[in-house]
Design a protein around this ligand. Structure first.
Ligand SMILES: [Mn+2]
Length: 423
């Protein structure tokens, strides 16, 4: 194929060619409410992360001299579209305008068109899709003609398959479909908005399908490409790994696409084996090494450590895992670093609280009861505090914290039963 390209170039023949960047799910100004307990400097960095990732995206688009940028929905996190998010979005769009780069935008379930917000006008290079599937045409500097198809969510819940409304029209060198939607049979973690089957998209004869909605990067099909780029910045411990966008080049001979990272902060998770590290000192060293291996050049990392074989630990070491001391010493001094690695969670296998030898009747019953406890149990237990005049003001437990309280309670009960604890 490269030979064919050379053939064209050597003869000075014009080859239709475009380069674009495909991103989705910016979720600008995500509140990161569950992370409010972080040291202030770290929390500030986290709150800025969606904006920083978006700036990285625009830097990359300019650096690659792209013809245009596609953003496939969920630009804003909230349907109220904070003014701060709009101002920051606009500022970057203006940079793209100065560089002569167009932007195609559609809105998704998070930033649908019927939310109430103070509307800030966007610069003229930004072309926003309306609630009906429509085609927008674009001519690149080299004369290549492109049709881009898409629609914005008129309301939060778009539950019907919209692919029928996509029609390839007119003569263009390249046809690109944009869609914020859910691949039928896909992950249960996302709501089934604007569902589609792969076959629905293939039948349309597009040269590229730019998708949004699922936060994990996935190439669903290669000829033609059908791609979820994932979000540009992970927002919680479930959104692990690199986050970014696709940079795509198309000419009549084919399409080439590659993933580029944009995230300022990464969420990672790794298993730590404690074999040969039974006391606290050695456990600390093993965890410290795991932490250093995760350190990036300029990005920050939130790290979850899953401890394997905790039975091998002595009582003191296990105690310091459970009471949070290990986590605390691992966090020491990290918040000031640009490339911090912040251990935010250390887990033990579920049965780490009970060893096989004393798993008697009482423990069995206790385990059953504990398994039935839910977050609502915590709500009930702390409800008198909520109505307390002073305490109520400081209480604001999210799901993670309730889970943590339950785990701590569970650990305390088992400690007592095993006669291991000194509490
Ligand atoms: Mn989204």
């Amino acid at each position: 194929m490269e030979k064919c390209r050379l053939f064209f170039y050597e003869r000075g023949m014009s080859l239709k060619r475009i380069r674009f960047v495909h991103a989705a799910d910016l979720h600008l100004d995500s509140p990161f409410a569950g992370l409010r307990k972080l040291p202030p400097a770290l929390f500030e960095r986290v709150k800025e992360s969606t904006f920083r990732a978006f700036k990285n995206l625009c830097d990359l688009t300019i650096e690659k001299e792209a013809d245009f940028l596609l953003i496939c929905g969920d630009l804003y996190d909230g349907e109220d579209r904070s003014l701060k998010a709009q101002v920051r979005l606009k500022k970057q769009f203006e940079r793209l305008q100065e560089a002569g780069i167009s932007v195609f935008v559609l809105h998704g379930n998070h930033d649908h068109l019927s939310g109430s917000w103070t509307k800030l006008d966007m610069p003229a290079n930004v072309r926003i899709f309306s609630e009906r599937v429509e085609a927008k045409s674009f001519t690149a500097k080299n004369g290549s003609k492109v049709h881009v198809y898409g629609f914005s969510y008129p309301k939060r819940h778009v539950l019907e398959n919209k692919t029928d409304e996509y029609r390839k029209t007119g003569d263009a060198d390249f046809h690109i479909g944009m869609l914020h939607g859910y691949l039928e049979g896909g992950t249960k973690m996302h709501q089934p908005y604007a569902p589609f089957a792969l076959q629905d998209l293939l039948e349309k004869g597009m040269d590229y399908w730019a998708l949004g909605h699922i936060h994990k990067q996935q190439i669903l099909h290669t000829h033609p490409y059908i791609i979820y780029p994932g979000n540009i910045q992970g927002r919680n411990r479930k959104e692990t790994g690199p986050k970014g966008c696709m940079v795509t080049e198309m000419d009549p001979l084919g399409t080439h696409t590659a993933f580029y990272e944009t995230a300022d902060i990464l969420w990672e998770k790794r298993t730590v084996s404690v074999k040969g590290a039974n006391d606290f000192n050695r456990l600390y060293t093993v965890c410290r090494n795991a932490l250093e291996e995760e350190r990036k050049e300029a990005q920050g990392v939130f790290l979850q450590l899953d401890i394997k074989d905790p039975d091998l630990l002595d009582d003191e070491a296990l105690g310091k895992v459970k009471n949070g001391e290990l986590m605390e010493v691992l966090q020491e001094g990290e918040e000031a670093d640009r490339n911090f690695v912040w251990v935010h969670r250390i887990t033990l296998p579920e049965d780490a609280f009970v060893s096989a030898r004393d798993d008697g009747f009482i423990l069995q019953e206790m385990k059953k009861t504990l398994a039935q406890l839910e977050e609502t149990t915590v709500d009930e237990a702390v409800s008198p505090l909520y109505s307390h005049m002073v305490a109520g003001r400081y209480l604001d437990l999210d799901g993670d914290e309730k889970q943590r309280l339950l785990l701590e309670a569970e650990a305390a009960v088992f400690e007592k039963l095993k006669g291991r604890g000194k509490r």
